[in-house]
Ligand binder design. Sequence first.
Ligand code: ADP
Ligand code: MG
Length: 143
Amino acid sequence: MPPESFLTNSADETVALGASLAPMLRDARIVLLRGDLGAGKTTLVKGIAEAFQAAAQEDVTSPTFTLIHEYRGPDRTLYHIDLYRIETERELATLGIEDLSNEAGALLLIEWGEKFDRLKKLRDVEILLERTGESSRRITITQ
Ligand code: ADP
Ligand code: MG
């Protein structure tokens, strides 16, 4: 499928877009969320998690320090992962991302995953978030 782009004009619109993407992620296991700090990656996950009935928006926070947050829904378990602070393949290996992705029903939503070629190869979907203004973002989905 060709990449599909959307524009949002507020954080709330990005949450809503995230929720609308859930059906598209039905068969995905590994989703890479790309974009600079503040682009809206974590904001988008709020909507995705809500749509999978895995977490309320306010319970989705940045896993920058904890590295992995788990949100359990009725059908899928979402693993929200932030690799911003992970620098080496060795550190990455300690997180056991591939084991998580092999669990039944797992859906991995990974911020800064593109730092690692291995994850770029494994990903099913990539979502790029670009800041186009103070409160506007272009969000492009590549399957
Ligand atoms: P990231 O995880 O990419 O670092 P966050 O989702 O944590 O980014 O933060 C995005 C910030 O930008 C939030 O403070 C949010 O309120 C703000 N923001 C403003 N406009 C938008 C928008 N259209 N979409 C997403 N976030 C937005
Ligand atoms: Mg984030």
